[in-house]
Write a protein that binds this ligand. Structure first.
Ligand SMILES: [Mg+2]
Length: 434
């Protein structure tokens, strides 16, 4: 039955609704509408000037109307009088084709036509910093190998438990929280689900972590590589395709427990990895995580080559168990909706074209990459290279749309240009005496 937001407001004590959408750069944009106005807003949408966010529009364009998806309602556990809603942007009565949530919904519909439902689980790593962002917040968190550090985890118990309690209350079925591999870094895991639901939750999770951290006088960041000497923040994603309630990736007769469809999906993702990279790793800073020297903990935990393996974390794709695989390339800056949309596009292409991923590579890619077969593809080393590859991607143009690719490349290339106009200390140190 459709959710009546006015009734929800009355029954749950919601006074305001955040009607929000995620733009091409992954930023959450919202209007705060009083509950008294929600019935009209639910029908007509909340109005935004598209040019004022990263949607590649002009100041002359008419209003973008964000129509909330009532089924996405999340009541803020730390501010119960506010309800959050994911919305779908429209303009001139039509869906904005290149808005990220619309793109994901379109890809999900394409998958449904082929009989498939994508389920995803995401691991959004983040740092807890001092409010000015200059350093980690916990000055005692200095271990060389800080991963799973119980004492450091418990020094942030108040924040972590409040976020986890919130997820419990929301019914996300969170199941574990830990201190990650960098000083000041954490990860919280909740149950996988349908790709759109996970994407909405990921968009909300990033907001929730930042908001609750702020309440505790801290600053949370999902920046891919905030400290060069420490492990960066990934956004590993676990994927499985389902067909009529059955996991189509599962095959108990296979050594890794994967079906032919799963291998073909992996083949598609590997085939398009470089094309996806500007989406999975969308910032200038992203490439300082991929193309990083060894960190103080001993490993970067991020891939720089297009390979897959069994339960081995040094590869771009890991198969941790039957019926699913983990894509380890994406980072904390990735867009919650574009990430699964792009992976689905590549994976379905792999299934449609029977792409063979080749043999898994059971080596330590951090120390034995020279043993990888000749021709093993390397990932782009900077955002500009990645953008150029995406721009030429026939697959992404066909599946995600020319409008999206053109807008995305245009705005992101501007970001690169802006970055390249910065004069760095390194350049002065290395070029003054030229
Ligand atoms: Mg992790």
């Amino acid at each position: 039955m459709p959710v009546d937001l006015a009734v929800e407001a009355r029954e749950r004590g919601i006074k305001y609704f955040l009607i929000s959408y995620v733009d091409l750069f992954g930023a959450l944009r919202a209007k705060l509408a009083p509950a008294a106005a929600i019935t009209d807003m639910a029908k007509d949408g909340a109005g935004f000037a598209g040019f004022a966010s990263w949607l590649d529009m002009t100041p002359a364009d008419p209003d973008v109307l964000a129509i909330p998806d009532a089924a996405s309602l999340i009541q803020l556990p730390w501010k119960r009088e506010v309800g959050w809603l994911a919305a779908d942007p429209y303009m001139n009565g039509k869906l904005v084709e290149h808005a990220p949530r619309n793109i994901l919904k379109r890809m999900i519909a394409k998958a449904a036509k082929a009989g498939f439902t994508l389920k995803t689980g995401v691991e959004c790593e983040f740092f807890l910093l001092k409010p000015d962002g200059s350093a980690i917040s916990d000055t005692a968190d200095t271990a060389t190998k800080p991963c799973y550090d119980q004492a450091a985890l418990m020094r942030r118990y108040d924040v972590i438990s409040e976020i986890c309690d919130s997820m419990l209350e929301l019914g996300w079925a969170p199941y574990q929280n830990d201190h990650e591999d960098a000083n000041g870094q954490f990860e919280m895991n909740w149950q996988f689900d349908d790709a759109l639901l996970t994407a909405d939750r990921m968009a909300f999770f990033k907001y929730m972590v930042k908001a609750i951290a702020e309440k505790h006088g801290l600053r949370a960041t999902f920046m891919p590589k905030p400290f060069l000497n420490l492990t960066g923040s990934g956004c590993h994603v676990h994927l499985s395709l389902w067909q009529g309630g059955k996991n189509a990736f599962e095959d108990r007769n296979d050594g890794f427990g994967l079906s032919r469809s799963a291998y073909n999906f992996i083949g598609g993702v590997m085939n398009a990895a470089s094309e996806l990279c500007s989406i999975t790793n969308p910032t200038v800073n992203s490439y300082k995580r991929i193309n990083a020297p060894v960190t103080t903990s001993g490993a970067t935990w991020s891939p720089n080559t297009v390979t897959y393996a069994g339960n081995n974390r040094t590869h771009m794709i890991r198969i941790p168990g039957g019926g699913r695989f983990e894509f380890r390339l994406a980072d904390g800056a990735t867009n919650a909706y574009l990430l699964p949309a792009a992976l689905l596009a590549a994976g379905l292409d792999g299934i449609a074209r029977n792409i063979d991923p080749g043999k898994p590579l059971d080596i330590d890619m951090y120390t034995e990459s020279h043993k990888a077969p000749a021709g093993t593809k390397k990932l782009p080393l900077n955002l500009l290279d990645a953008l150029r590859i995406t721009e030429r991607s026939e697959l992404l143009r066909r599946e995600l749309g020319d409008e999206f690719v053109n807008s995305y490349i245009k705005l992101k290339t501007r970001e690169w240009d802006e970055y390249s106009r910065h004069l760095t200390d390194w350049e002065r140190a290395n070029t003054l005496d030229c």
